[in-house]
Write a protein that binds this ligand. Structure first.
Ligand code: HPA
Length: 278
């Protein structure tokens, strides 16, 4: 497999960066990634500039219908943010490096904090459909890693520490926000698999047993790239279906999107509440 050299990567990143610097005067501190069915948070942003992924040099283009595929620059809770409305998944055929690319570019532009959301299946029996979970750790079972290949030492270390990928400071603030607003928010471990198949009963049983609370097909590549670059990370999962191996019901994407819609206002409140306190 071809692994891009540090020079190739920097050239692409800088071309994307130069384009964004020309297109917008915004220099956001916060990058927000909106997961499947969770694009409504974008409506809360006072948008200054909107840039389609397809216009940005070397940016991957989203193939999932429920993802809009653009960067929204503006203000949310009084903070400068850029939202990725639409994200890239490994199952779409992108490499881990491609999935990480937007994070690399936006970090270079200005952002030092990543706020990431996703739709996931809940395996912890205490978690219900339409509820939210603060991610306190993850298990990478994608079978790949965006940092494989030559390391750009200017971005981060060869062997990044992963002892606190979801920054404790931000988790503490999120917990306080949820408490103050009376929002029920679980806390737990997100496990990423490649998909696109959902899991078998035997797989859910296994994944639960190895310490995961929820399972999904995203987030981990972006978080690894962010941690590599010493960004602070806040992650929130929306439980869109219950994955209890002994009572498993078939899921369909409509039900996933419906549950995402139910949980979305709570997730939005936590994220805007955290931003307000930062
Ligand atoms: N697995 C199971 N259920 C899900 C997932 C997943 O990856 N994503 C959303 N619901």
């Amino acid at each position: 497999m071809h692994r891009e050299s540090v020079e190739e990567f920097r050239k692409k990143r800088d071309e994307a960066l130069t384009f964004l610097q020309k297109e917008t005067d915004e220099r956001p501190d916060y990058l927000v990634i909106l997961g499947t069915g969770l694009g409504d948070l974008a409506d809360e942003i006072d948008v200054e500039d909107s840039i389609s992924y397809s216009d940005i040099p070397h940016f991957p283009v989203s193939t999932v219908e429920s993802h809009a595929g653009r960067l929204l620059f503006g203000t949310l809770s009084g903070k400068n943010v850029v939202a990725m409305q639409g994200r890239f998944h490994y199952y779409e055929g992108y490499s881990m490096q491609e999935i990480a690319f937007p994070i690399r570019v936006i970090k270079e532009l200005s952002a030092n904090t990543l706020i990431v959301s996703n739709a996931c299946g809940g395996m912890n029996p205490n978690f219900g459909r339409g509820e939210i979970m603060l991610i306190n750790d993850h298990i990478n079972m994608l079978g790949d890693n965006p940092l494989i290949g030559p390391n750009d030492d200017e971005l981060g270390p060869r062997f990044p520490d992963m002892s606190d990928p979801y920054t404790e400071r931000l988790r503490d603030i999120a917990e306080q926000v949820a408490l103050d607003k009376g929002i029920k928010m679980h806390e737990g471990v997100y496990l990423a698999l490649s998909g696109p198949t959902l899991e078998t009963k035997a797989e859910y049983r296994f994944l639960r047993n190895i310490g995961a609370d929820v399972v999904g097909m995203s987030t981990v590549p972006e978080v690894i790239a962010a941690v590599h670059m010493s960004m602070e990370v806040l992650g929130i999962s929306v439980i869109t279906d219950e994955c209890f191996p002994d009572a498993l019901e078939p899921v369909n994407i409509e039900e996933v999107l419906e549950a995402a819609g139910i949980a979305e206002p709570q997730m939005t409140q936590v994220i805007t509440g955290v931003l307000k306190r930062l």
